[in-house]
Unconditional design. Structure first.
Length: 142
């Protein structure tokens, strides 16, 4: 399914440090880095945002699948933890922990864990993506 692209935008906050003002869909928030990395810890890091995207997409994928199957899926809780270990390849690991509520049998629970592997963000992260960088317009002043 093709979806009309919506830009996600990051603007430097202009307050010094590493804060970025983010616009993603209808949401507006600050991204930052921890104090130890030179930020003020005012918002999620870029890696936090990727982990949150994986958690959100997993939750949505499981909900859609269960609804289509008319399975009694209750609350879905997905926790994603990012870790980076220099020297490993790949260096980044996302650990996903899924808790499924509802009156599901063991076969349904196992199938939903398999379906989590098909979430579009999971596929994007495991397959990789092409990134095209373009300079646009005139230089910003200020």
């Amino acid at each position: 399914m093709d979806i009309t692209p919506r830009p996600s935008i990051a603007d430097d906050s202009g307050h010094g440090g590493l804060q970025a003002l983010i616009s993603a869909g209808p949401a507006r928030f600050v991204a930052d880095e921890p104090v130890a990395a030179g930020g003020l810890d005012l918002g999620p890091t870029p890696h936090d945002l990727v982990a949150a995207g994986l958690a959100a997409c997993t939750t949505m994928t499981l909900r859609l699948y269960a609804e289509r199957k008319t399975w009694p899926l209750g609350a879905v809780h997905v926790e994603v933890i990012h870790a980076r270990k220099a020297g490993d390849y790949p260096a980044d690991t996302f650990t996903r922990r899924i808790r499924l509520g509802g009156e599901l049998n063991e076969e349904q629970r196992q199938r939903l864990l398999e379906v989590a592997e098909m979430c579009p963000i999971h596929r994007l992260l495991t397959a990789g993506a092409r990134i095209i960088t373009e300079g646009v317009g005139e230089a910003l002043v200020g």
